[in-house]
Design a binder for this molecule. Structure first.
Ligand SMILES: C[S@@+](CC[C@H](N)C(=O)[O-])C[C@H]1O[C@@H](n2cnc3c(N)ncnc32)[C@H](O)[C@@H]1O
Length: 477
């Protein structure tokens, strides 16, 4: 063991002892050995571990913990039995308080190092109300190739199973970990998962196999209206078999009366995306509803909705507070998705204009406005990179906004869009972000247009993962 420690480069299979010094990019534990950075899976800041090297490069290595020699005080026992194999919830072995502290620091570092802003207050992170069962949507995959091994050794083949339903093992998209209990959605969701697997096995209905391009079951998507109690079961299949679906819907709704709708998405596509070329409804209305604040949202099998309802409300509440809205205000909700922020703030202002790239999201946003009797929101489809410039007629048809709320994807805003946003000289910008690095970059760009970031509020929506959301209040200096 010590022989390797004296060598510069680590090689696959080397076993080393490491002290975990910090938590780095994407929540990976970081150690140092003879000047080399080692990213270690399954460890926690403060641990002393024995680890096996998976990959050795010139400047860094990747390793996985085999034994914890001295546990960190930040360590806790993971609740889930699939921890270490399943790709989700990678931080279950880290105390929640330590997860939050890491996220807080991560945001502060991004603001300071990437954004170059030293004095911006980063407020204490808002933790998640629920640490388990917080998701309103889970997507399981079916496979005839189950991953049962504790940890997939490189190149190893898994043990077989006739029908696995669960999650793909990281980096093995052809294999599925057969999951019987997951703490992400609800005990009901686990019951449905196991009942569908049992149905497939009992009736001999095979999982779809991309290798042979045959079989039936592809995905099971369960959606819950956390604030309404609605439950949707969406079965994605390769074949259209009304008889099988009728039987499945009958069995499921008899066993779980909580299910309000059962739909079947049928797709012959090779890609593993769980959307159908067409959809059939076998029970209920084919849609569910959920509520954020006072607003009701209609959710179909393939429509976007924030996955942690309780924390979405916490995030929107901060955004609304930071916007400091007045009844006379015109607000732009840019990257509005299905309009949930626009509808959340609509009652407080004169009007809201939402802009979003995806046409179907705009249709959903308009429908959700009608559903709630909201008449002061307008939604426009288009790419903000092009739509923000002054020449666009929609800009001239609407009053200059008093407040702009932006909620871009992880990649942040296109530089052209930031440029236009800065040039608009709107007094208050509220920037909602799911990526501190791109948030900090864009805040820096806005500062070149005379904007000052007043404060940043981190909000945790995804416990046991490294993901973190933020809201920043930006004002004209
Ligand atoms: C983080 S989501 C925001 C969702 C919404 N605000 C919510 O809370 O439900 C980002 C949205 O930006 C949209 N988007 C991505 N690139 C865009 C672009 N270039 N122009 C306009 N919208 C874009 C995506 O389709 C997505 O709906």
């Amino acid at each position: 063991m010590t022989d390797h420690n004296e060598e510069k480069k680590l090689r696959h299979g080397d076993v080393v002892e490491l002290t975990i010094e910090s938590t780095g990019f994407e929540g990976k534990s970081v150690a140092r050995l003879n000047g080399l950075v080692v990213f270690v899976e399954g460890a926690v800041e403060g641990d002393r571990v024995r680890a096996k090297v998976l990959r050795g490069k010139k400047r860094f290595a990747e390793a996985v913990t085999t034994d914890v020699l001295v546990p960190s005080p930040k360590r806790t026992a993971p609740r889930c039995s699939y921890f270490g194999t399943c790709g989700g919830c990678k931080w279950q072995h880290v105390e929640y308080a330590a997860q939050l502290a890491f996220k807080q620091q991560h945001v502060a570092d991004a603001v300071e190092r990437i954004g170059g802003m030293k004095d911006v207050p980063v407020l204490p992170i808002i933790g998640s109300r629920d640490l388990y069962y917080y998701r309103n949507k889970l997507e399981f995959s079916f496979s005839d190739r189950a991953w049962i091994a504790e940890r997939p050794a490189e190149g190893a083949e898994p043990e077989g199973s006739v029908c696995a339903v669960g999650f793909h093992v990281p980096q093995r998209w052809d294999k599925v970990l057969d999951v019987h209990e997951c703490y992400l959605q609800s005990p009901l969701s686990n019951g449905i998962l196991n009942a569908v697997r049992d149905f497939a096995v009992r009736h001999g209905v095979p999982p779809y196999s991309p290798q042979s391009e045959s079989g039936y079951f592809r995905n099971l998507v369960i959606r819950e209206g956390k604030n309404t109690g609605d439950v949707m079961v969406n079965v994605v299949t390769f074949e259209d078999s009304p008889e099988t679906m009728q039987r499945l819907a009958k069995e499921l709704t008899a066993a779980f009366p909580e299910i309000t709708t059962v739909v079947n998405n049928v797709t012959k596509r090779k890609s593993q995306v769980a959307t159908g070329e067409y959809e059939k409804v076998y029970h209920g209305e084919g849609i569910i509803h959920d509520r954020i604040g006072t607003k009701l949202f209609q959710i179909s099998a393939n429509s976007f909705f924030q996955t942690n309802t309780a924390q979405a409300e916490a995030l929107y509440a901060v955004a609304k507070e930071y916007a400091a809205l007045r009844p006379t205000d015109t607000v732009y909700d840019l990257y509005c998705g299905t309009g949930s922020i626009a509808l959340y703030v609509a009652d407080a202002v004169k009007q809201v204009v939402g802009v979003e790239l995806v046409e179907s999201s705009i249709l959903n946003a308009r429908m959700n406005a009608r559903l709630n009797g909201v008449e002061n929101c307008e939604f426009i489809a288009g790419d903000l990179k092009d739509l923000l410039t002054k020449e666009n007629t929609w800009r001239n048809e609407h009053p200059k906004p008093d407040v702009i709320i932006v909620d871009p994807p992880r990649s942040g805003m296109h530089p052209k869009a930031v440029e236009e946003l800065g040039a608009m000289r709107v007094p208050v910008i509220v920037y909602v972000s799911c990526n501190p690095a791109t948030l900090a970059r864009d805040l820096q760009l806005l500062s070149q247009h005379g904007y000052r970031t007043e404060k940043v509020q981190p909000v945790d929506m995804f416990p046991h993962t490294y993901h973190i959301e933020c809201v920043a209040r930006v004002v004209l200096a």
